[in-house]
Design a protein around this ligand. Structure first.
Ligand code: CLF
Length: 292
């Protein structure tokens, strides 16, 4: 078997084992997020980063009841893994994982203690090229890059600011640079052999006509999945209504010409603990103690 075929088969097997790549995997594979990454380097207009009691109300990406240290995160993984259902440990915020050194400390600790678990990271892509070697060295297997646009005009509507070289630059000035970094980071990550998915937030009236182009380009680069997440109205886009399921499905159908669509996303928060669907939630003792 050629190395290319071997790599394709490995990625296909992994995608079937990851509950955010294959709906079927939700049945018997559980995942948890470690909220170790508080700071962010990109001002997405659709996001409202929230830590504390309000996160219980807001829920969704960018929200966490509290931020924990790498050491506490590693101990939490020990407790959840002891329940026997955990397959994937992800870091997805509440800020940008690659912008926080705690992400890498946590990944190293979890890999050392639980080499059997699949490590997953979700990123806005701004620092992806720069941090890719570090991610690989930490043993990350799966990566999600959030990319919502291919054109500058659309990106300008989605991003209020970006932190670059230590300075906060307004979105209209850096939108193209943000896109360049996201797309080149995606290509480089795929090239390394990581299992890579693209998440796109669907914002009606802003990028609904753009997502098929995102799917086409990501598919050409070799991404394994595309996950379209309907806008949760909040932040600077709280006035835009959440797209209805028909609109979401219509766009997914268009995008599926270019890239396999993942339809099982639960738009989970940065500290989610999600046992497999085959397990009654009531038996998850770790979740109960986390929420206490
Ligand atoms: Fe977490 Fe994301 Fe990894 Fe999954 S979530 S870092 S790929 S382990 Fe999954 Fe949650 Fe949807 Fe994300 S359901 S928001 S797609």
């Amino acid at each position: 078997m050629s190395p290319i075929t071997q790599r394709a088969e490995t990625l296909e097997r992994l995608s079937k084992e990851h509950p955010c790549y294959t709906e079927q995997a939700r049945l018997n594979r559980g995942r948890m997020h470690l909220a170790v990454a508080p700071a962010c380097n990109l001002g997405c207009n659709y996001c409202e980063r929230t830590v504390g009691s309000r996160a219980r109300l807001l829920k969704g990406p960018g929200a966490a009841a509290r931020v924990i240290s790498p050491g506490d995160a590693a101990r939490l993984v020990d407790r959840v893994a002891a329940e026997g259902w955990l397959s994937v440990v992800g870091i997805a915020g509440p800020g940008e994982p690659l912008f926080n050194p705690q992400t890498f400390d946590t990944l190293r600790l979890v890999k050392r203690n639980h080499p059997e678990l699949l490590l997953c990271v979700s990123t806005n892509g701004l620092l992806l090229s720069q941090k890719l070697d570090n991610l690989l060295a930490c043993g990350v297997t799966a990566l999600t890059v959030t990319i919502n646009a291919v054109t500058r005009a659309v990106a300008e509507q989605l991003y209020a600011w970006a932190l670059l070289h230590g300075r906060r630059e307004p979105g209209h000035g850096v939108a193209q640079l943000v896109l360049n970094r996201q797309w080149s980071g995606l290509a480089e990550a795929i090239e390394t052999g990581l299992l890579v998915k693209v998440n796109s937030v669907l914002v009606p009236g802003v990028n609904d006509r753009e997502l098929a182009k995102v799917a086409r380009r990501a598919g050409q680069l070799g991404a394994a999945r595309h996950n379209i997440m309907p806008l949760i109205p909040r932040g600077r886009m709280r006035h835009i209504p959440r797209p209805d399921p028909d609109m979401v499905e219509e766009i997914r159908a268009k995008c599926s010409r270019y890239l396999i669509q993942f339809r099982g996303c639960q738009q989970c928060q940065a500290d989610v603990v999600a046992p497999p669907m085959s397990l009654a939630q009531g038996v998850c003792r770790a979740r109960a103690s986390i929420e206490a």
